[in-house]
Design a protein. Structure first.
Length: 380
């Protein structure tokens, strides 16, 4: 029997698992193949929903779903933390003491925020990039009516490159709705020489920031937060005061990648950009945020990558040539407030082009938010 082990029960892990179940239905039923997914959480979090939770527009239960509900019944789920991946023995060790041998391994361990790695940030700042952070920010925003809000991106790469822009536009509208926009100064900061990595997006967003009286600073790399003085200290020697700091904290790959010596120093797995195999391994694939690829850390990327990985593993098991390739395809909606949105499509060769924000795209985004669980189940 061939065994496939997937580590990580986020969107990348569940879509890959469900696609494998579809492509290998007969083989699994006849017990020629097993697919096991290892997740250290019982529930999957729909992370794009955190943006809306911070503004009290969705509740916690709307964006959490039991992973069992998302998986095809033929798949095996183990709720456990993988503590070590031993590629020489083709084995995954779990914190339960159990070990899983594999013929094919899919690493889908995602990314995590590490606010504790920025001195003073835990004491002096906020973020919405995990559930606890988004809930704390929601409560803070509900009471905030006057002062300077700094939205600061504290390193690249981070999940959903457009989310900091979205939250800035949503803050602008949020304070307008509450009649206090004139009392609130908004400042957005970004680490490189423009306000977004992609030039075409950067130009339009910069223009929209200017129209909405949103300030911005580039080449802004925080190294420390002083929670007493409420000041951000930067590598460039600036000291930026704030009343409310909304950060995009530094990101890292999963601890198991670092502990198993499979990643670079930040924990991203070196990955072939077309085959999605971990570099140097024939039977180890990487999907979603866990890769070191120069593509967005986005759910849509995880989705498109999962198709390629599932197709190639299924082909190899069936004795067919594994010819599917990933060409960097990504798609992101961009909320420009609470009533309009735009979107971008791009791949390794094609830069994104923005369409003018409109209501229709915003409604599509809201509809997609509701339908997301069908995507996680591999049905959309
Ligand atoms: C605020 C916000 C807004 C976003 N908006 C969008 C958007 O609009 N569109 C979009 O496409 N993307 C968006 N994203 C990005 C998207 O959510 C992520 O790119 C996506 O969740 C990545 O999926 P993943 O499965 O690779 O990783 P994750 O979702 O991080 O899942 C990895 C899973 O693996 C588990 N895991 C890690 N290590 C282990 C281990 N050792 N053992 C067992 N389990 C382990 C983790 O606990 C986690 O459950 C947004 C993200 C945020 C934070």
């Amino acid at each position: 029997m061939k065994s496939i082990v997937i580590v990580g029960g986020g969107v990348a892990g569940t879509i890959t698992a469900n696609y494998l179940a579809m492509r290998l239905r007969e083989e699994i039923r006849e017990k020629r193949v097993s697919v096991t997914i290892v997740s250290d959480r019982e529930k999957q979090l729909y992370e794009p929903g955190l943006l809306y939770l911070a503004f009290n527009r969705v509740e916690e239960n709307d964006i959490l779903k039991d992973i069992r509900y998302l998986l095809d019944p033929q798949l095996e789920l183990k709720i456990a933390r993988a503590t070590r991946i031993d590629t020489e023995k083709s084995r995954v060790e779990l914190d339960t003491g159990e070990a899983l041998d594999y013929d094919y391994l899919v690493i889908a361990t995602g990314s995590r925020v590490v606010p504790e790695e920025m001195p003073g940030l835990v004491e002096g700042g906020h973020w919405f990039y995990n559930l606890d952070g988004a809930k704390r920010l929601r409560d803070e925003l509900a009471a905030f009516r006057k002062g300077k809000v700094v939205i600061s991106v504290m390193g690249i790469p981070h999940k959903c490159p457009v989310a900091p822009i979205e939250v800035t536009f949503m803050l602008d509208e949020f304070f307008k709705i509450h009649g206090v926009r004139k009392e609130v100064e908004l400042l957005y900061t970004y680490p490189i020489n423009r306000i977004f990595t992609m030039e075409t997006v950067s130009e339009l967003v910069q223009q929209m920031f200017e129209e909405r009286n949103i300030g911005y600073k580039t080449f802004f790399n925080p190294v420390e937060i002083d929670p007493e003085k409420k000041v951000i200290v930067t590598l460039e020697g600036e000291e930026e005061p704030y009343d409310l700091l909304i950060s995009i904290p530094p990101h890292r790959g999963s601890q198991v990648i670092i502990d198993s010596g499979l990643g670079d120093k930040e924990g991203w797995v070196p990955t072939d950009r077309f085959t999605l195999k971990a570099e140097g391994y024939e039977n180890v694939y990487v999907v979603g945020d866990a890769t070191n690829l120069p593509v967005s850390k986005a759910g849509s990327v995880a989705h498109f990558e999962a198709e390629v990985v599932a197709e190639n593993i299924a082909a190899e098991i069936k004795g067919l040539p594994p010819t599917a390739r990933y060409f960097g395809k990504a798609m992101c909606f961009i909320e420009t407030g609470f009533g309009e949105a735009t979107y971008i499509w791009f791949d390794y060769e094609t830069p994104p082009r923005l369409v003018k924000p409109n209501k229709f795209i915003h409604w599509m985004k809201l509809a997609y938010n509701r339908m997301f669980w069908l995507t996680a189940r591999g049905m959309l």
